[in-house]
Design a protein around this ligand. Structure first.
Ligand SMILES: [Zn+2]
Ligand SMILES: [Zn+2]
Ligand SMILES: [Zn+2]
Length: 305
């Protein structure tokens, strides 16, 4: 029987996966850049730095979902950490526009970036991705369940509580902050340098974010990514990472960014192996407090420059 939708239900884990067999034929590491072609073929105005490119091999199509590539810069060679705060601020503004659009059609908006060949980045042009999705991905569903449980129990927002009980108690988990955002490694990180970024105020999604918050988000994202590359005097650069913006159009939810940095030491990557992939049980073989100190020092190095 022909499959009608790319969403396939796993009745045992009670979650969906996306089945997209046509993506096997997508180009990988080819020389002709489809995003540079947007410029040379006149699809992007001469004064535009950031733009959306439809995913040429979309894993999702309406009404199940939509997929886009978010182009960060016209310059094919420029990597994220080489962008200025003003340039990344244009990216965070595009994220907000895209979220506002997709969230009118889909309950889940997944804005994310796979950075680095080690974890499957196939095009070098600086970019991220976005999906609108008709169902909640399991991680957001789980986080929203926690929000609902805590709210029903009268304990308020669990993310605000993590801020109060983990982040603000003695500051040992914080790696960097500005007036609107705090970056930290909570004790439950899966990867040694996994960094979570929380807004200081309770806000559910990008839709309600002010311009100064988007600018400060750009600043802290750049600082953390540059800090990764300064670890071990640059011996781990460029740090491969998976970055995701977690948000939901429910005012009880609390927007946050999670950056899963894949490197664990110079030349060494942390793999999601049997324990993680077969059982869903993560093992972190490092001390978060020690990694906080390393990353904080690396971030201070790049901030002083
Ligand atoms: Zn390009
Ligand atoms: Zn909150
Ligand atoms: Zn999250």
């Amino acid at each position: 029987m022909e499959q009608q939708t790319p969403l396939v239900w796993n009745p045992l884990l009670r979650q969906y996966l996306v089945n997209a067999p046509h993506r096997m034929s997508r180009r990988e590491g080819t020389t002709a850049c489809p995003f540079c072609a947007d410029l040379s073929e006149g699809r992007v105005k001469s004064d535009e730095q950031v733009w959306l490119h439809p995913n040429d091999f979309p894993p999702l199509l309406p009404p199940v979902g939509e997929a886009y590539v978010v182009i960060y810069h016209r310059d094919h060679q420029r990597i994220f950490t080489q962008l200025t705060i003003e340039e990344v601020t244009r990216v965070t503004h595009l994220w907000r526009d895209l979220y506002q659009d997709l969230s009118t059609r889909y309950p889940a908006v997944m804005i994310f970036e796979n950075s680095g060949e080690a974890i499957g980045q196939t095009q070098h042009h600086p970019h991220g991705q976005a999906f609108g999705l008709a169902v909640l991905p399991p991680t957001l569903e789980r986080e929203m369940e926690t929000v609902q449980l805590e709210s029903q129990a009268g304990r308020g927002c669990p993310f605000c509580r993590v801020r109060a009980e983990v982040l603000d108690v003695d500051g040992v988990y914080e790696v960097g902050a500005n007036s609107n955002w705090q970056a930290f490694l909570p004790p439950y990180v899966r990867y040694p340098y996994e960094t979570h970024i929380y807004p200081r105020r309770h806000i559910a999604d990008l839709a309600g974010m002010h311009d100064d918050e988007l600018r400060d988000l750009a600043e802290i994202l750049l600082r953390v990514a540059r800090g990764y590359n300064a670890l071990f005097d640059g011996a781990m650069a460029p740090m491969p990472y998976l970055l995701g913006l977690h948000q939901l159009a429910d005012e009880r939810f609390h927007f946050h960014v999670e950056i899963l940095a894949i490197g664990r030491a110079p030349g060494k990557l942390k793999f999601a192996a049997s324990s993680e992939s077969v059982w869903g049980m993560w093992t972190n073989d490092s001390s978060p407090i020690q990694k906080v100190q390393e990353l904080r020092a690396a971030i201070q190095q790049v901030t002083e420059k």
